[in-house]
Design a binder for this molecule. Structure first.
Ligand SMILES: [Cu+2]
Length: 406
């Protein structure tokens, strides 16, 4: 007998990625030879490589995940659904480092390799994770000739009002970094965007092998095997970044994570984090990253924003703010265009007429092989329930290493 496992209800190898949120899966008998009757009892379990991830299973949409699950499969090939999810605290480090196995008795009848792909603290990445991220990022930019130029041009001129200074700041940047992450994953599906915890010392980030080391003038140098050495934006080679703090420690001005999470239990209070810690983290440097209109010229910008998004995720989790319809989850109306709950977001909506900017770089939001959301033209409301806590269909397919699902 043989069975087929479909992770995220897909046979696409690029869909074999899970997070802490439940992934819908299917299993079906593809070859009934040797079956004893109309149904077969199949047991799911998993094995992990060294430093590999770990997953659990459940049969329905509710309940706890367990290390094994026994399912009754019709041998006529009808699919049976189940769910899998990464086990919190045990993310993967490599693609396919978890193997889901299906057994009848002791006989393996099918298997699928998956990755528990999770956004991690950049300071604590394994060298392989770091190198794959850096390589994918350099390739996306392709010395200024690649698709990355769109991400640079989204964060410029009249576009800046679509993304800053109002309630849509957090949802817009959640979409922006997810769009970028999906483009990196199209290059290397094992990559997840790492975050820079700017309230903690993160010396490993400011190393030649990773985001590079700044000299007194702010010129950043990279190791000679780091492909970011060829970085180029706006026709100019290199990165200018001048830390105004000792990189062995944390910048002193951004408020701590605990203080950020204590800004208030309503979104209208929490969103003041756009100023501090977000703005304060940017201005912990001179150079590209210190100014809104040049920040995307420094790849560190995305590690900074990944942490901004993580802080929002942590706040959402702490206060139960995943329901877009709940008043405390957002400031639904009365905001500038693009910042209201039901507004589509520029530039993914492609609108180039007032009150939107007269340009819209990059086209539609990148699709994911793993999840259908948020679709090509996301609304602000699509960014709030990011792992389907309220509605499973809203799951955006990313998670943070220290933000538990339940
Ligand atoms: Cu921004």
């Amino acid at each position: 007998m043989n069975v087929e496992l479909q992770i995220n209800n897909s046979t696409n190898p690029n869909a074999q990625f899970v997070s802490w949120a439940p992934s819908p899966c299917r299993i079906r008998v593809t070859n009934p030879a040797g079956a004893a009757g109309p149904n077969a009892s199949v047991k799911l379990s998993s094995t992990s490589a060294a430093n590999g991830g770990s997953v659990g299973f459940r049969s329905g949409t509710t309940g706890a995940f367990a290390p094994t699950l026994t399912l009754t499969l019709p041998v006529n090939g009808t699919s049976v659904s189940f769910f899998t999810a990464g086990k919190f605290g045990q993310p993967s480090t490599n693609e396919g480092d978890v193997r889901i196995e299906a057994r009848v008795g002791n006989t393996m009848v099918g298997a699928a390799k998956v990755m528990v792909r999770i956004r991690k603290n950049a300071n604590a990445l394994m060298p392989g994770e770091r190198d794959r991220f850096v390589a994918a990022f350099a390739k996306l930019n392709n010395q200024g000739l690649g698709r990355y130029v769109d991400f640079r041009n989204m964060h410029i001129g009249a576009g800046l009002q679509q993304a800053h200074g109002a309630a849509g700041f957090l949802p817009w940047h959640r979409t922006y970094i997810l769009d970028l992450e999906r483009e990196l994953q199209a290059i290397d599906p094992s990559v997840a965007l790492p975050y820079w915890r700017f309230d903690q010392a993160a010396p490993n980030i400011f190393k030649p092998e990773f985001m590079g080391v700044s000299d007194n003038l702010g010129t950043v140098s990279f190791a000679n095997n780091n492909p970011l050495q060829f970085w180029k934006t706006d026709g100019q080679p290199g990165v200018n970044r001048r830390p105004l703090f000792n990189i062995a420690g944390a910048p002193p001005n951004p408020i701590s994570e605990a203080a950020t999470l204590a800004l208030g239990t309503n979104f209208s209070q929490f969103r003041t984090m756009e100023g501090n810690p977000h703005g304060s983290a940017h201005t912990s440097f001179g150079g590209f990253i210190s100014s809104t209109s040049t920040a995307p010229r420094d790849p560190l910008f995305f590690l900074l924003h990944c942490n901004v998004d993580r802080l929002w995720a942590k706040w959402q989790k702490k206060n139960g703010r995943f329901n877009p319809a709940a008043a405390a989850s957002f400031v639904p109306n009365g905001n500038p265009p693009g910042h209201n709950l039901n507004d589509t977001m520029w530039p993914w909506n492609g609108i180039k007429t007032p009150p939107r900017p007269n340009f819209a770089p990059g086209g539609a939001m990148a699709a994911s092989p793993c999840v259908p959301a948020p679709g090509p033209s996301p609304r602000v409301s699509d960014c709030i329930d990011y792992r389907g806590t309220v509605s499973a269909a809203a799951t955006l397919g990313f998670d943070y290493d220290d933000v538990q699902f339940v």
